[in-house]
Design a protein around this ligand. Structure first.
Ligand code: IMO
Ligand code: MG
Length: 423
């Protein structure tokens, strides 16, 4: 029995999907505990490519129980679309369970996400506009609509109308937008509730029972540690707790039950959306990395590229208590020449900052301190063991272990599952 967790160690899009896919092959239960359809996990299985935003990736394994925990914000329209997409491809979703405490993303959340971004102007966050932040706002405000309400038609109508009136006022008076038709929304969402009802179950109880039955449980993280609402680069973060502690609250399970917490990082760094990014650069090498790493995100948004930043990964190691790191996309570095790694930041007064600061203002005028590593020119995508890698690659990996203060247990040399070298 073990509870394992996979967490993004950068700003999301680290290739968590592939690591989750590897670790879920012997998981009996796979859990999503935070975020919503702002996430995007791509899994390559031979010729087949699957893209998920909300569905736990374990759904590809026939007997795996797939749980959506209370910490998730769920857009029922999107989940039903994903269920249909999977069923059309011959994948049965009968093992899906959704916690009744999870909050529902309503149309006004999406509307307000978009309107609020427009109003922020130059200070925009660059959200995915999927209503994530506004839905978590209502949860904290204690005015949200939960899955429990969605599957009870009377409650769904009553709460949609009650909550919706306030939201329409906000939309029309504060944001000067168009009011939404609340009766139509209530009718529409009652139907979604009917379709989703069969999946609803108390996730906390299911996980607890699975623990007692000595099952293998995998928590699949969405987003990344630097996007965490508390320890991330606030305010340029998402609205959920993306770190290990959030898995405990978002799954309704005690923290001591977690055994392995694997952080996923890429050989370089990317970020979509706005916010600080100390090692960002743009030149032909950035373009190569972006292209080779297929860095458009599944939302199709282009991303920003930077060198590996050990300051942020050390931060992730600490705030999550990572027990190991999985390191992806090493192959994208082929033929680019020397490889840079940021080891610390230098403040304008010349002093060195080793830890990521609590406020972005502290980064003003800071520059990254780089160490350079020898590059490599061999095609490593066919390597079958860590030992078979060129010595420059091994030197790079082992130096990063030192810099990050965490063992690197997996090294990715391509998008497929078999292209992950275990150490
Ligand atoms: P996966 O799981 C990368 C970013 C958005 C934006 C900020 C807030 O694929 O790694 P939100 O819509 O969540 O309020 O947006 O967070 N963001 C992600 N960036 N990967 C993700 O998920 C992300 N989910 C949210 O770009 O900057
Ligand atoms: Mg993504």
């Amino acid at each position: 029995m073990a509870i394992n967790a996979v967490i993004g160690a950068q700003w999301g899009d680290e290739g968590k999907g592939k690591i989750i896919d590897i670790l879920s092959s012997d998981a009996d239960v796979v859990v999503r505990a935070q975020g919503g359809n702002n996430a995007g996990h791509t899994i390559t299985r031979g010729e087949e490519i699957y893209k998920f935003r909300l569905m736990p990736s374990g759904i590809l394994c026939k007997d795996t129980l797939c749980l959506i925990g209370n910490g998730v914000v769920l857009d029922p329209r999107y989940l039903l679309k994903e269920i249909k997409y999977l069923e059309k491809r011959g994948i049965d979703c009968g093992n899906l369970r959704i916690d009744p405490r999870a909050h529902v993303i309503m149309p006004w959340h999406i509307e307000i996400d978009t309107l609020a971004e427009a109003l922020r102007g130059d200070n925009k966050i660059g959200t995915t506009r999927r209503g994530i932040g506004p839905c978590y706002m209502d949860k904290a405000d204690r005015s949200g609509i939960r899955i429990y309400d969605l599957i009870h038609p009377d409650l769904c109508r009553q709460k949609t109308l009650r909550s919706g009136i306030a939201k329409n006022r906000m939309i029309s008076r504060y944001y000067e937008g168009e009011e939404l038709n609340l009766r139509a929304i209530a009718d529409e969402y009652i139907e979604y509730g009917k379709e989703l009802k069969k999946y609803v179950a108390d996730i906390s109880v299911l996980i607890y029972d699975a623990v007692k039955d000595e099952k293998n449980i995998l928590f699949e993280g969405a987003q990344g540690s630097l996007l965490d609402i508390d320890t991330g680069t606030y305010p340029y973060v998402t609205s959920s707790s993306t770190v290990a502690g959030g898995f405990s609250t978002g799954g309704g399970i005690g923290p001591v039950l977690f055994e392995n917490v694997v952080g996923v990082a890429k050989a370089y760094t990317t970020r979509v959306g706005e916010g600080p990014f100390p090692t960002e650069f743009s030149n032909e090498i950035a373009e190569i990395l972006c292209k080779r790493g297929c860095e458009t995100g599944i939302a199709g948004r282009s991303c920003r590229v930077g060198w590996f930043d050990s300051v942020i990964v050390r931060h992730a190691v600490r705030v999550n208590g990572l027990t190991s790191l999985a390191f992806n996309k090493l192959d994208t570095f082929r033929d680019i020449g020397r490889i840079k790694v940021c080891t610390a930041y230098r403040k304008p007064d010349g002093t060195i900052m080793n830890n990521f600061p609590p406020a972005l203002e502290e980064l003003d005028g800071c520059t990254p301190v780089y160490t350079e590593f020898e590059g490599f020119y061999e095609d490593i995508t066919g390597c079958e063991s860590y030992d078979a890698l060129p010595s420059a690659c091994k030197n790079y990996i082992e130096s990063l272990e030192e810099l990050c203060g965490c063992r690197i247990s997996m090294v990715g040399v391509g998008p497929e599952r078999r292209q992950t070298l275990m150490r």
